[in-house]
Design a protein around this ligand. Structure first.
Ligand code: IMP
Ligand code: MG
Length: 204
């Protein structure tokens, strides 16, 4: 692993620990003000689905559909809405990942808890994420999935917190940028709670 990347991982782990400490010490762990309403989410999903459908309509078919790769568990609600709003043929698969602390691995930052059932070889692949924070998870996924020889690999994320970025990562389709707040709802959790809220709320 390149040394600069290793330093980045250590920093990432420290930031996560600091973040969790901050949440545990001063927060009630309750959903607070609504940051993205249900109506706003619907409009974002609609816009993203149109952009994606327009971009892929000449390249995919019923025989060769776009493969949506949902990152569990956060992206599951967004992906189910996005998939139904697309006007092109699409197939779905899921992957579960968890961030690794730098001290517990020597090979990377992400542990694959559940891998895809589908081969990516020669497929049009769109990774579906709930939110991009530091960018380290997506960076890893782009490299790791890119090595499986898809025809092309793009990323869509409903939300983006650019202020927290620790690494450059290209997100091909972004629903909305949000400030550096910890948010829950519409698939996003805190301690496995609040995923089923219909809108995105700031954790208090
Ligand atoms: P990254 O590697 O730091 O970009 O981590 C991204 C992952 O962390 C997302 O896919 C989420 O699962 C989780 N995450 C980041 N920010 C939030 C948040 O505000 N609320 C809930 N989960 C978050
Ligand atoms: Mg996620």
């Amino acid at each position: 692993m390149p040394f600069r990347f290793f330093i980045c991982l250590c920093y990432h782990q420290k930031e996560r620990e600091k973040g969790m400490g901050r949440l545990q010490n001063s927060m009630k762990g309750r959903p607070g003000k609504c940051l993205v309403s249900k109506a706003q989410i619907d409009a974002l999903v609609c816009r993203l689905a149109k952009e994606i459908s327009d971009d892929y309509k000449q390249r995919v078919s019923i025989e060769e559909p776009l493969l949506l790769v949902g990152i569990l568990k956060g992206a599951v609600i967004f992906m189910s809405d996005l998939a139904r709003a697309l006007t092109i043929p699409a197939a779905m698969d899921f992957m579960a990942v968890s961030s690794y602390g730098a001290s517990t691995t020597s090979s990377g930052i992400v542990r694959i808890l559940h891998d895809l059932d589908t081969s990516l070889e020669n497929r049009h692949v769109l990774v579906v994420e709930d939110i991009v924070d530091t960018g380290l998870t997506l960076n890893y996924l782009r490299e790791h999935l890119g090595a499986r020889q898809p025809k092309d690999l793009r990323i869509v994320s409903l939300l983006d917190k650019p202020e927290r970025r620790l690494t450059d990562v290209t997100i091909d389709y972004v629903g909305m940028e949000i400030p550096d707040e910890f948010v829950v709802g519409y698939g996003l959790d805190w301690d496995e709670k609040f995923r089923n809220l219909p809108c995105v709320r700031v954790l208090e």
